[in-house]
Each structure stands twice: as C-alpha cells, then as structure tokens.
Write a protein that binds this ligand. Sequence first.
Ligand SMILES: CC(C)(COP(=O)(O)OP(=O)(O)OC[C@H]1O[C@@H](n2cnc3c(N)ncnc32)[C@H](O)[C@@H]1OP(=O)(O)O)[C@@H](O)C(=O)NCCC(=O)NCCS
Length: 153
Amino acid sequence: MNSSLILPVLRDSRAADWNDVRRLLDDAELPIDDLGPDLLERFLIAELDDEVVGLVGLEVYDTTGLLRSLVVAKKSRSSGLGKKLVGGLEAAAQAAGIRDLWLLTIDAEKFFARQGYDIVTRDAVPDSIRLSEEFTNLCPDSAFLMMKDLGGN
Ligand SMILES: CC(C)(COP(=O)(O)OP(=O)(O)OC[C@H]1O[C@@H](n2cnc3c(N)ncnc32)[C@H](O)[C@@H]1OP(=O)(O)O)[C@@H](O)C(=O)NCCC(=O)NCCS
C-alpha cells in the first residue's frame, strides 16, 4: 500500500514516547525542562507507520487550559496535521470541562489565528496560567499570548 495515502492517527501519550517527544521538541527549540516520561499525561501523539510525527500537550487548571508543546515533524508539516492536533486537543479539553484555552507562542501566531485563537494582552491572563512554569520561566516575555473561548457552561 502507498504509505503517503495513510493518514497519521492521534492517540494518548505513554511514558515510552518520551524519547520521541524530547527529540521533536528539541528540534523545534520548544521547552522540555519541565517534562519527562512520567509527565506526559495529557499529551496527544500523532503517529504514522509506528513513528511519532507530532504532538501537543494540555495543562488543566480547573476550567482553564494551557495548550503547550505543539510540534509537527518537519517532513510532515503543511499537510493539515498541526490543525488536526489542535482540533483533537480542543475536543479533549472540552470533554474535560475546559472553557477557555490559552497558549504562548514565539512565532506561530498566524497558524493559531487560523485556528480561532486571538492575541490578548498579558493583563487578561488568569492567575492559574500566569503562575504556570511555561508562563513564568520557560517562554520569553516577547512570546504572543493567545486565547480561544471553547464555549460551554
Ligand atoms: C506550527 C506548526 C505546528 C504547524 O503545523 P502544520 O502541520 O505545518 O500546520 P497545518 O498543515 O495543519 O496548517 C494549518 C493551516 O495553518 C497554516 N499555517 C501553517 N503554519 C503556518 C505558519 N507558520 N504561519 C501561518 N500559517 C500557517 C496552513 O497554511 C494551513 O492553512 P489552511 O487551513 O488555510 O490550509 C508547525 O509549523 C511546527 O511544528 N512549528 C514548530 C513548532 C511551533 O512553533 N509550535 C508552536 C508553539 S506552541
């Protein structure tokens, strides 16, 4: 079968994914200092032919979520996988009762704007997100803060 016709599948992460997660995040120069094999509870993994080709993580703060660590392997970009990962994470966040999703990004703001995220000022951020490791230590002050209202009660 022609493998180019096989689409990546999304699945929950497991500890054994750690080496692939670290490699993809390292390649994209995204933070890994607060992650490890036992800290991938709410990560979605995109897999193609048993190879990890993308991932995204969710941190949950009551009804607020932080989307983090979105990366697609270079060879798999521009085929809709980033969009699919964000959609999958949003569905998981909604199922977990999250009403609004926040994120920090250095240079993917146009990608996230296409997925319905708005750039917001830092004084709008909830305390839970402001105190997160990514917000306080891992992302530079110059990063864009973005938010999407997922609706819900
Ligand atoms: C950002 C990233 C995840 C996008 O993944 P991707 O699989 O290439 O994106 P997709 O193919 O799903 O693109 C979805 C849409 O966004 C657009 N898009 C993708 N990357 C874009 C960018 N950097 N700027 C503007 N638009 C972009 C696509 O053209 C597509 O548009 P369409 O819906 O009109 O067709 C990928 O480039 C990446 O891993 N970057 C490095 C890590 C990073 O910056 N992560 C974000 C930090 S949280």
